[in-house]
Design a protein. Structure first.
Length: 173
């Protein structure tokens, strides 16, 4: 069995794509996923299973909640490597964000240059866009246009959430 991290995108926002974690966790357990736990309603789940869980989880959500979920999954080793590679981990967690993609990132550099604030800095490593936004992401034009800049769908998590997920993984061992 392998440990997986599931990062849901675009759920429980503005009354759309409602996916209550309190309902999802026991449902995933019913389908033989082990050690299932979640963190906050934005959709962070850790679990154990024998094979890549994406297709089954998407099917479970569609059958039980009535919509097709956007999902990013990582094996524990990949998640740990992403966490360790973060060049901004020394900064306060709420100002550091990781944007996860399914494919290696090929930046639309013209868009990044257009939207990047002078206080923001970023690094791309493989499928992850690391962002340090010391003024927060609420008004960040880069964040508001992140998928155009990354040329693909993405889901973001701040460093505090990344660290919490890492703690949850230690309980799966």
């Amino acid at each position: 069995m392998k440990n997986y991290i599931l990062l849901f995108r675009g759920i429980n926002v503005g009354g759309k794509n409602l996916l209550p974690m309190k309902e999802l966790v026991p449902l995933l357990t019913k389908y033989n996923f082990q050690g299932v736990s979640s963190y906050i309603q934005s959709g962070n789940v850790v679990l154990k299973c024998t094979s890549q869980p994406d297709a089954l989880v998407r099917s479970i959500v569609l059958d039980n909640f009535g919509f097709t979920v956007k999902l990013f999954s990582l094996e524990q080793a990949e998640f740990t490597a992403i966490q360790e590679a973060n060049p901004y981990k020394i900064f306060e967690g709420k100002f550091v964000h990781c944007y996860f993609c399914n494919d290696n990132i090929e930046l639309n550099q013209a868009k990044v240059d257009k939207y990047l604030a002078s206080s923001e800095s970023y690094t791309v490593i493989g499928k992850v866009f690391y962002l340090h936004a010391p003024e927060g992401i609420g008004r960040s034009k880069l964040v508001a246009n992140i998928e155009v800049c990354l040329s693909q769908p993405a889901t973001g998590r701040n460093l505090n959430t990344i660290n919490k997920i890492s703690t949850m993984l230690t309980k799966l061992a």
